[in-house]
Design a protein around this ligand. Structure first.
Ligand code: FMN
Length: 376
């Protein structure tokens, strides 16, 4: 094996993100791992997991986290709407900060994708349109209730309160989850938003909810502590837009005009598909380039680098403001920053343990020295 030192490459050059001067452009992508306790409180195991992945000067984005008790979520997914959850996250953040890494929390409203546990709380979305097809148990997805305008306004407030809680827990900032078919994405996409009021129809109206959430979070915690994630070309959970280039260009331009000091915009690459372990070749007409050229601040791109880290090196060389987020390969390589710096091989991930409880497939992945020992 050839070992190289990549320290001089763009991927390892410092970059300012919010108030943090990072030492490299490698980011832990937000990853739902369902290891919090039944009340959505992150425990010591969760703290160990993030601490293992905290390399000095590196940005971690902690997993999608419910912004209110009304939000449906998978068992073991965390929340950030009560004091126990804030205290649980504080332990995680303290351990990450003790290793001189930065950590943001991803704020999540799942919309029509998960039923709230409390049966009296309906599944909600932009419109009363269920996810097409059948759920993993073979049943049709529930038909959501379209949020009323007062409920939309209340949800915006929930995002702002969750952001304040994240700052109370010590996070360096938050990433608003506007991607992957969850509530904000359900407003942005034409397939799930067929409203006829000021939140539906034109691109300005469909984007209104996302932009109001950003405004409210910025007002609550400051632009330099706020980021947002989008996935314009990812058809996950029934997402489809008639004109993604126009929709996300409008969103990006609006954010550039209204909040140029946001920490970052985070986009998922078109070629991404987390349901397969094969590299996906994107439609050549789909690209993040337009959004990258509109947004002048830090730009995170994610997706597919897990299969070929060379692409991540190239993206960092070509785009001076670009950070790159790793998902699956950061799961199985807690020391991915050192591995990429030294040109060490990456350890394979095990899909079967992505969402299972306990330490297996979570905190038991080796660092390079151990990995190398075991293969001798
Ligand atoms: C197990 C797993 C959990 C994920 N959870 C989240 C999540 O909580 N929030 C989110 O925005 N994306 C989530 N994603 C998507 C990743 O952040 C990332 O975009 C995706 O894995 C593509 O990057 P990769 O090719 O490096 O894996 C998840 C992906 C995986 C594999």
């Amino acid at each position: 094996m050839t070992v190289s030192n990549n320290s001089a490459k763009a991927l390892f050059q410092p970059i300012q993100v919010g108030s943090k001067l990072l030492q490299n452009r490698i980011v832990l992508a937000p990853l739902t791992r369902t290891r919090a306790d039944v009340s959505g409180v992150p425990n010591q195991l969760v703290a160990d997991y993030y601490s293992q992945r905290a390399t000095p000067g590196t940005l971690l984005i902690a997993e999608a986290t419910a912004i209110s008790s009304k939000v449906g979520k998978p068992k073991g997914a965390p929340g950030i709407y009560n004091q126990d959850q804030v205290n649980g996250w504080k332990r995680v953040v303290d351990e990450v900060h003790s290793k001189q890494a930065a950590i943001y929390l991803q704020l999540w409203h799942t919309g029509r994708t998960f039923s709230p546990r409390d049966d009296s709380t309906p599944v909600v979305s932009a419109s009363d349109i269920p996810i097409p097809g059948l759920d993993p148990t073979g049943k049709p997805y529930p038909t959501p209730k379209a949020l009323t305008i007062p409920e939309i306004k209340a949800t915006v407030v929930d995002f702002a309160n969750a952001a304040r809680n994240a700052i109370e827990a010590g996070f360096d900032g938050v990433e608003i989850h506007g991607a992957n078919g969850y509530l904000i994405d359900q407003f942005n996409n034409t397939s799930s938003n067929q409203r006829s009021d000021i939140y539906g129809g034109t691109v300005e109206n469909r984007a209104r909810f996302a932009l109001e959430v950003v405004d409210a979070v910025v007002e609550a915690i400051g632009a330099e502590r706020t980021g947002i994630r989008f996935s314009p070309y990812y058809g996950f959970q029934g997402m489809h837009d008639v004109d993604p280039l126009t929709t996300w260009s409008y969103l990006t331009q609006s954010l550039q005009s209204r909040h140029p000091n946001l920490s970052f915009l985070h986009f998922i690459e078109p070629r991404t598909n987390i349901r397969t372990d094969d590299e996906v070749v994107a439609d050549v007409t789909e690209s993040l380039e337009s959004f990258r050229s509109i947004w002048k601040g830090p730009f995170i791109s994610a997706g597919g680098y897990s299969f070929d880290p060379k692409i991540a090196f190239d993206v960092a060389e070509q785009s001076p403001n670009n950070l790159v987020a790793f998902g699956r390969s950061y799961i199985s390589n807690p020391d991915i920053v050192d591995r990429l710096r030294n040109g060490y091989p990456l350890h394979p991930y095990d899909r079967k343990t992505f969402y299972t409880p306990g330490a297996v497939g979570y905190t038991d992945y080796p660092v390079y020295a151990e990995d190398n020992q075991s293969s001798l």
